[in-house]
Design a binder for this molecule. Structure first.
Ligand code: C2E
Ligand code: CA
Ligand code: CA
Ligand code: CA
Length: 280
C-alpha cells in the first residue's frame, strides 16, 4: 500500500463494485480487529524547539492487516467515521495512549509524558464525550494535565454551540485542547478567541514550503504570531529538514514534530526515547 495519500490500496481497482466490496470487507475486518485487540499505536515525539528535548508524543493508530499489510489511517479512519466505528475505536486509542503514558511515567520519575490523541469530529457528535474521557482518565490514572486532545477546525465550525459546551466540559477536566492541521480550514479569528483552545498545530503543508514559497513562509510566521498573541502554544508538523527547523526557531515557534526528529515509532522505541530524556 502507498505510504501517504488517502484511498489507495496496492490491490485497488477503481471499479465501483469492487470499491464497495472492498469497503464492506474492510469495515467488517476493522470491527474484528478492534474486538480482537489487533490495532496498535505508534508514537511520534513532540520536541521543545528551545531545548531539543522530547516533551511528549502524538498517538497515531496503526492497523496491521493479516492479508493487506499495514493499512494507512487515512484509508480506514474515514470508514470508521462513516460507520460509527470511530466511537469505540477512538475510545480504545485514548485508553491505550493514556495507559501507555502512565506506564512510562512509572518507569521514569513518576510523571507521564504529555500525550496527544486525535479526536474525530464524529466523536464530538456524542454528548457523552467528556464523560468517556473522564472515565478513561480515572481508569488509567492519567493526570488530566498530561493529556492533549487534537481536533480539526471543523469542530469549531459545525454544531458550534453544542461543541463549544462540549469543549468547555473537556477543559473543565483539566486537559489541553489543540487545533490540528491549523490553517487548512476556515476557522475565523472570532471563533479562535471564543473557544478554549490551548495549542495550534501548524499544518505540514505550510512547513513543507518554508523558505521555498514566500507566501507560505509569511503565513507560518503569521500563525506563530497569532498563537503568541492569543496566548496559545504553537506546534509545527512535518519538519523534515534542518532549514525548516531553523526557520521555525527563528519565528519563535515553540514545539515541533516531524521525520527530521523521528517518525512515529512503536511503543517500545518511544518508551526508550522518553526514558533516556532524548534530545533527538
Ligand atoms: P495527523 O493527525 O495530521 O497526523 C500527522 C500525520 O503526519 C501522521 O500520519 C504522521 O505519520 C505524518 N507525519 C509526521 N511527521 C511527518 C513528516 O515529517 N513528513 C510527512 N510526510 N509526514 C509526517 P498518519 O500516522 O498516517 O496519520 C494520518 C492521519 O490519520 C492523522 O493526521 C489523523 O488525522 C488520522 N489519525 C491517525 N490516528 C488517529 C486516531 O487515533 N484517531 C483519529 N480520529 N484519527 C487518527
Ligand atoms: Ca494530529
Ligand atoms: Ca495534523
Ligand atoms: Ca494532517
Amino acid at each position: 500500500a502507498k505510504a501517504t495519500g488517502g484511498g489507495v490500496f496496492s490491490n485497488y481497482h477503481p471499479r465501483m463494485r469492487e470499491g464497495l466490496v472492498d469497503r464492506l470487507e474492510l469495515e467488517s475486518d476493522l470491527r474484528a480487529a478492534l474486538e480482537n485487540g489487533d490495532l496498535r499505536l505508534h508514537y511520534q515525539p513532540t520536541v521543545d524547539l528551545a531545548t531539543s528535548q522530547v516533551i511528549g508524543f502524538e498517538a497515531l493508530v496503526r492497523w496491521p492487516h493479516p492479508t493487506r499489510g499495514m493499512i494507512n489511517p487515512l484509508d480506514f479512519i474515514p470508514i470508521a467515521e462513516a460507520t460509527g466505528l470511530i466511537v469505540p475505536l477512538g475510545q480504545w486509542v485514548l485508553h491505550e495512549a493514556c495507559r501507555q503514558a502512565v506506564e512510562w511515567g512509572v518507569a521514569g520519575d513518576g510523571y507521564p509524558p504529555k500525550m496527544s490523541v486525535n479526536v474525530s469530529v464524529r466523536q464530538f457528535d456524542r454528548a457523552d464525550l467528556s464523560e468517556m474521557v473522564a472515565r478513561v482518565l480515572a481508569e488509567t490514572g492519567m493526570p488530566a494535565d498530561r493529556l492533549c486532545l487534537e481536533m480539526t477546525e471543523s469542530v469549531l465550525m459545525t454544531d458550534t454551540e453544542a461543541n463549544l459546551e462540549q469543549l468547555l466540559r473537556l477543559k473543565a477536566l483539566g486537559l489541553t485542547l489543540a487545533i490540528d492541521d491549523f490553517g487548512t480550514g476556515y476557522s475565523s479569528l472570532a471563533y479562535l478567541r471564543r473557544f478554549p483552545v490551548d495549542t495550534l498545530k501548524i499544518d505540514r503543508s505550510f512547513v513543507e514550503r518554508l523558505g521555498v514559497i514566500a507566501d507560505d513562509t509569511a503565513l507560518t510566521d503569521t500563525i506563530v504570531r497569532l498563537g503568541k498573541s492569543l496566548g496559545m502554544a504553537t506546534v509545527a508538523e512535518g519538519i523534515e529538514e534542518f532549514g525548516q527547523l531553523a526557520a521555525l526557531r527563528e519565528m519563535g515557534c515553540g514545539f515541533a514534530q516531524g521525520y527530521y526528529f523521528s517518525r512515529p515509532v512503536p511503543a517500545a522505541e518511544a518508551g526508550r526515547l522518553f526514558l533516556e530524556g532524548a534530545n533527538v
